[in-house]
Ligand binder design. Structure first.
Ligand SMILES: Cc1cc2nc3c(=O)[nH]c(=O)nc-3n(C[C@H](O)[C@H](O)[C@H](O)COP(=O)(O)OP(=O)(O)OC[C@H]3O[C@@H](n4cnc5c(N)ncnc54)[C@H](O)[C@@H]3O)c2cc1C
Length: 504
């Protein structure tokens, strides 16, 4: 984008084109590696790396290489889901594409087990590994906006909030998800849906170009004209094809004005409200996004919450929302004029970083009466204090793209169903996980396909190929081309051997 228009470069842009920036990161000095390091390879073998080789790797990084015991190691290995307490042998905290190239070449040379950390929000803990190499992009959060071209370029570790906060002041937006501390990279790679996806399409539909370090340690640009097969695969194919060091997204005019908030219905009315909602939302306009959530409440009760966001036709908001308000009598209704960024951050605390989460999800085509009854039975009888079943919506612009236009296949699913149990205490994990696992089969029968971004490694009955549907065979051949040794395996993994991976 350089040289075009009048681009705004955010002050947080330290990581993009980072070699152009004169300042060094405020890192504590990391001491030289003097002892050999035991690591694990991708196929689980333990090997010993010579101290001199690890030191050579460390010394060539602009960022840091952290080993257990180093200052910053304990923080760097933490991810969003506190259930995962894994200890990589090496953490490469990259500051730019050159660091990522170096880390990938080092990993490839020794066939190391590699975890790639973007925003760290993999619910199933894919971004951290025991005894392998964690390639950490979390310092690469720069966002650059070109208002004239309506494009934004974001670093491989940028968070959703980084993008919203940089683009909205220019009256521009792209599709992101609903919790601002989620990583944009991981979200895009699997598809990416959120409050404006029905208007503009999935996050992966906004991608115009991406820089990718492939398994052979090459930095490639992928776009409609450069490496178009990789560009196709990376838009929905997960982290299988390489490490994306920066993403360029299309932006859309949007002044940030929205009508949104929560309508809360008593659980006794949830059956009628949800059934009515399903019929209404089938005909909803592109600008309306409503996520129904059945949830436990702090006092031990249950409720139906409808999380609402309208971003178009605001002058008709009352008329558009009236039929939803009439579904039943809301106990509480906070829906009103609000800035979009406020909606985009309203769940940040509920989805607390470091909390302990267990979730299962699948795509559903419609809200049938049987699905509603099953959801209610599950939430009513939930013995765990913090349980929820959400139906995040898609449809409209998402479904107007052909399923084979990008690697994201499940375009026609109007919703996902997401079952989640969470807690703060490790002592609650067994009960939470046990409950969610035991209830999932009843919900799973309403699903068709899975989201590559949600907890696949924890879905015993799922097959990864169901996440990619009719695109699986093409993705498999591209996996064989770009990552024949399966260096990038900690994701919704397409095994180049073509094994229909049973995960769990
Ligand atoms: C609280 C919460 C809210 C969510 N809300 C939504 C939502 O509204 N919409 C939605 O679509 N999804 C949502 N998700 C799911 C989310 O899309 C995935 O968890 C996604 O993987 C998170 O990306 P990350 O970069 O934070 O994850 P990480 O844990 O860093 O990475 C997840 C996977 O992506 C790979 N990866 C990440 N960055 C890169 C990169 N730059 N290059 C190559 N590989 C990379 C990693 O290797 C790993 O396999 C949510 C998840 C959470 C925990």
């Amino acid at each position: 984008m350089a040289g075009r228009g009048n681009p705004h470069i955010s002050c947080a842009a330290a990581a993009i084109g980072a070699s152009a920036f004169p300042f060094a990161p405020a890192f504590a000095a990391v001491s030289a590696v003097t002892a050999d390091v035991t690591v694990v390879t991708g196929d689980g073998k333990k090997i010993l790396l010579r101290a001199a080789d690890v030191e050579d790797f460390r010394a060539g990084l602009r960022g840091q290489l952290l080993l257990p015991g180093a200052t910053g190691y304990e923080d760097a290995r933490k991810i969003f889901n506190g259930m995962f307490d894994r200890r990589p042998a090496l953490i490469a905290r990259c500051l730019g594409a050159a660091d990522v190239v170096r880390a990938v070449r080092f990993a490839r040379a020794y066939e190391l087990l590699v975890a790639v950390r973007g925003g760290g929000h993999s619910l199933s803990g894919q971004s951290v590994c025991d005894d392998g190499l964690m390639i950490d992009l979390s310092l690469m959060r720069g966002v650059r906006v070109d208002p004239n071209e309506r494009l934004t370029r974001a670093g491989g570790g940028a968070l959703l909030g980084d993008i919203d906060r940089e683009t909205l002041p220019f009256g521009l937006v792209t599709t992101t998800g609903t919790v601002s501390h989620t990583g944009a990279g991981g979200l895009m790679l699997g598809g990416g849906f959120g409050r404006v996806a029905r208007r503009f399409g999935l996050t992966c539909d906004q991608l115009t170009s991406v820089d990718v370090v492939t398994a052979d340690g090459q930095l490639l640009e992928a776009s409609a004209t450069e490496n178009p097969d990789l560009f196709w695969a990376i838009r929905g194919g997960g982290g299988n094809f390489g490490i994306a060091t920066s993403f360029e997204y299309r932006l859309h005019p949007f002044d940030g004005r929205a009508v949104g908030g929560h309508m809360v219905f008593p659980i006794e009315q949830a059956r009628q409200a949800l059934r009515g909602f399903g019929e209404l939302f089938d005909r909803a306009s592109d600008g309306l996004w409503i996520e129904p959530i059945l949830t436990t409440t702090p006092g031990g009760g249950r409720a139906l919450v409808m999380d609402v966001c309208l971003t178009e036709d605001l002058e008709s908001a009352d008329a558009i929302l009236a039929s939803y308000r009439r579904l039943e009598k809301p106990l509480k209704d906070t829906v009103g004029p609000v800035h979009y960024v406020q909606l985009q951050t309203q769940d940040d605390e509920r989805a607390r970083i470091g909390g302990r989460y267990y979730a299962k999800s699948g795509f559903v085509r419609q809200i049938s009466d049987d699905l509603v009854d099953t959801m209610l039975e599950i939430i009513r009888s939930a013995p765990v204090p913090r349980a929820r079943i959400a139906l995040p919506p898609k449809g409209a612009a998402v479904d107007r793209v052909a399923p084979d236009a990008t690697a994201f296949w499940h375009r026609d699913a109007l919703y996902s169903v997401l079952l989640q149990a969470s807690g703060d205490d490790a002592a609650e994990d067994a009960a939470n996980v046990g409950w969610a696992r035991s209830q999932w089969p009843a919900l799973e029968k309403f699903t068709a396909g899975f989201y590559a971004n949600t907890n696949l490694s924890e879905m015993p009955s799922a097959r990864v190929r169901d996440a990619y549907g009719g695109n699986y065979e093409r993705l498999l051949s591209l996996k064989r081309k770009y990552d024949p040794t399966n260096l990038f395996r900690l994701n919704a993994n397409i095994d180049p051997k073509g094994v229909a991976t049973e995960v769990g």
